[in-house]
Design a protein around this ligand. Structure first.
Ligand code: HEM
Length: 415
């Protein structure tokens, strides 16, 4: 078997952090290979990209997420005991619980909740000189997520909840004091959610019968045991936090409407363009750069043998921008998704493969529904976009327009 190509440099931790979204693609392009080996945090790792790599990584239960991410990222995103740390039959049983929450009714309900909270927020925006969309949409989504999951939220608690959930997302891509602050905030949310689970189980708080909160509180794992209070709290946060993270895609969608104004007119004239527009937002803009795994078994791909325990990083952003899969990938072109038949391994902003058996994100349909509704609402509003720095740095994880996208002169109804 030929030796795998090695990237230049003894250890690539600093280049990885500096180049972030483009780290793997640049080296794959330079080496003319879809996989290469290097060291990150002094640990040997194989980096890979492309549709075949995604299939190898996501299918067949070859890779666990255990030991595949830095501890701080793990603690801020999925945390101990969560579905992402499970494998095999235990993972499939927990995944079935998550997927049972994704019925078409519940997904249209999430969009209705978003619209309700959006209108309340926009009525306030109208009286302010300027509004920064990224955090403000985060606040709307935090209220939407709590309502949808069934988490009671008073007016007093709402700002802190939104701040805590947004800090977890920001902190996951940072190293330093920001991460520590986010971890402290996360602990507060965890305590509150553990208390809520205990109250629901003791009958002190009523959770609606089929709400996500009730479903998680009564879920039994493959061994027949209920989730511990701590694990149930982690899984509740696993719904709330990523729903709030959709603020990044919605902000990117607002940016796309601003920078490609023809699409605003096109979307107003034909609802059929909404889905292609939203899919292109998810493909084009940077969100989850990569996903890590550790081989559970010996396996071969791309002429390389992976031994059990080997560390691997799959390039999600680079696969969505792979020019062998996407024509002019650096152009924003929703037309590419018109009549797109779908593909489990080429378009992977939220993971690849099968929803039920693999680690692909169970929240993909909710994400699409939320962005679609937000785009419709943005198209129905009038506002100005004052001069500001709208650049997106591909070195910062998670990425966003630098200004957060400031709007002014907001008027709720289209003239
Ligand atoms: C904001 C947009 C989102 C992005 C970019 C995103 C991204 C991802 C990615 C890349 C994975 C795969 C991780 C892996 O392979 O190990 C994942 C998994 C997951 N996502 Fe999302 N996600 C988003 C929204 C959501 C939403 C809205 C929910 C819940 C309502 C959600 C819940 C989860 C859960 C529970 C997992 C773990 C699945 C498993 O291990 O089987 N995500 N997400």
């Amino acid at each position: 078997m030929p030796a795998i190509l090695r990237a230049a440099g003894v250890d690539n931790t600093i280049p990885f952090l500096r180049e972030a979204y483009t780290f793997i693609s640049r080296r794959c392009d330079g080496l003319g290979s879809d996989l290469f080996s290097t060291r990150i945090m002094l640990t040997p790792v194989v980096c890979m990209r492309g549709a075949d790599a995604a299939q190898f990584f996501y299918d067949g239960g070859r890779f666990t997420r255990q030991g595949a991410m830095p501890q701080t990222v793990l603690r801020l995103l999925q945390d101990k005991g969560s579905i992402q740390g499970l494998d095999g039959a235990a993972h499939r049983a927990r995944k079935a619980m998550f997927m049972s929450l994704m019925s078409p009714d519940r997904i249209s309900h999430v969009a209705e909740l978003l619209e309700r909270h959006w209108h309340v927020a926009v009525a306030q925006w109208a009286s302010r000189p300027e509004v920064t969309l990224l955090p403000e949409i985060g606040h709307i989504l935090s209220r939407t997520a709590c309502d949808w999951v069934g988490v009671p939220l008073t007016e007093r608690q709402a700002p802190a909840m939104s701040r805590e959930l947004q800090a977890m997302i920001r902190g996951a891509g940072q190293i330093g004091p920001g991460t520590l602050h986010a971890l402290t905030l996360r602990r507060r949310t965890e305590r509150r959610m553990r208390r809520l689970v205990r109250d629901v189980r003791a009958g002190r708080v009523q959770a609606e019968g089929d709400s996500p909160l009730a479903t998680i509180a009564r879920h039994r794992d493959i061994d027949g045991a209920a989730l511990t209070d701590a694990t149930a709290a982690v899984e509740i946060i696993n719904l709330l936090r990523p729903m709030v993270a959709v603020n990044r895609f919605i902000t990117f969608a607002a940016l796309a409407l601003h920078q490609h104004p023809a699409w605003r007119r096109r979307l107003a004239g034909d609802e059929g363009w909404l889905e292609p527009f939203v899919q292109e937002v998810r493909r084009f803009y940077p969100f989850f750069p990569v996903i890590g795994g550790r081989a559970l078994m010996g396996c071969d791909w791309g002429g390389h043998h992976f031994a059990a325990g080997d560390w691997v990083i799959l390039d999600l952003y680079g696969t969505n921008h792979d020019r062998r899969l996407w024509e002019e990938p650096e152009q924003f072109q929703p037309e590419r998704f018109k009549d797109w038949p779908g593909h489990p391994y080429t378009f992977i902003p939220q993971g690849a493969g099968d929803f039920m058996t693999g680690h692909r994100c169970p929240g993909e349909w909710i994400t699409i529904a939320l962005i679609k509704r937000a785009v419709r609402l943005l198209c129905g509003m009038r506002y100005e976009v004052p001069p500001q720095d709208l650049s997106i740095s591909l070195s910062e994880m998670p990425a966003a327009p630098r200004s957060g996208l400031v709007i002014s002169q907001v008027c709720a109804a289209e003239a």
